[in-house]
Design a protein around this ligand. Structure first.
Ligand SMILES: Cc1ncc(COP(=O)(O)O)c(C=O)c1O
Length: 277
């Protein structure tokens, strides 16, 4: 049985309860993070905690816990759950109060952490994706729990026999419904720049760093959605998916229709870091 952390207590998932007046439930008033722990050690924890601080500041909340306190909770949750590699989920909501858009500053936030075993990757062979106009709001840099657009996009992808939806705004690529996007042409790797239109992915940043360290030209720049049509390779990245090649887009084959050479290079660099972590 899975053991979770809720507001200072460790308890079985089935016994974890929150009030229906929690602002997360009523307003999606909260933020979250997801990150892997490899060999029982949280991966890129500093990066995830600093993005958490950024998301909290963006919704006018302060972090109720220090970095050391978060690290202690993660260590305990990891120890109490099965799996050498786990996927950790943390959620913070503004807390419980009578339903009113306006919040008071003295509410106690709800703090929740859970974990599940990180399953072996099945996506190395590549996935199918669709493209859609980005229907989300203008603060996509904040990792908030208001995920209905992503839920709808993933559903649409599935109805088209695909796994992910790749999004664009005003003709420019943004990101995936729950991933960042890379486009590879003529040996150059490109990904949209950091802005409010995308989540600053921790995996994205690591992939950029690893490729540059391996002398691959890697640009963070605006990308016309039409670049997808002629791309040699397309990848998506996320903390639990790692790097995934997109081999079919809107039912058309991408590049050779197989994971490309730069994917294999990037993935080897990533797996090396992970295995030696
Ligand atoms: C919208 C969105 N973009 C990008 C990412 C990838 O971020 P990270 O690599 O930090 O997991 C995610 C992860 O879930 C996401 O939901």
């Amino acid at each position: 049985m899975s053991i979770v952390y809720l507001n200072g207590e460790y308890l079985p998932l089935e016994e974890a309860r929150i009030s229906v007046l929690d602002r997360g439930f009523l307003f999606a008033d909260g933020v979250y993070e997801v990150f892997p722990s490899y060999n029982s050690k949280p991966f890129r924890l500093n990066e995830h905690l600093s993005r958490l601080d950024n998301s909290l500041a963006g919704i006018y909340m302060s972090n109720p816990l220090s970095k050391q306190e978060w690290a202690a909770i993660f260590a305990e949750v990891i120890a109490r759950n099965a799996g050498r590699h786990q996927s950790l989920y943390l959620q913070l909501t503004r807390g419980i109060s009578p339903r009113d858009h306006l919040f008071s500053d003295d509410i106690k936030p709800t703090v929740f952490v859970m974990s599940k075993p990180l399953e072996a990757k099945t996506s190395n062979a590549g996935i199918a994706a669709i493209t859609r106009e980005d229907p989300r709001w203008k603060h996509c840099d904040l990792k908030t729990i208001a995920l209905l657009p992503g839920v709808m996009l993933r559903h649409e992808a599935r109805t088209q026999g695909a796994t992910e939806a790749i999004l664009y705004r005003e003709g420019r690529l943004t990101e995936g419904a729950a991933s960042n996007v890379f486009v590879i042409s003529d040996g150059v790797v490109r990904t949209p720049p950091r802005s409010r239109a995308i989540l600053p992915g921790v995996t994205r940043d690591l992939v950029v760093e690893l490729l540059r360290g391996d002398k691959v030209e890697c640009r963070e720049e605006e990308i016309d959605i039409r670049a997808l049509d002629s791309a040699d390779e397309i990848w998506i990245t996320s903390s639990t998916w790692e790097i995934v090649p997109v081999i079919s887009l809107n039912d058309r084959v991408v590049g050779s229709g197989e994971p490309g050479p730069l994917y294999r290079q990037a993935n080897a660099l990533y797996q090396d870091i992970k295995e030696n972590y």
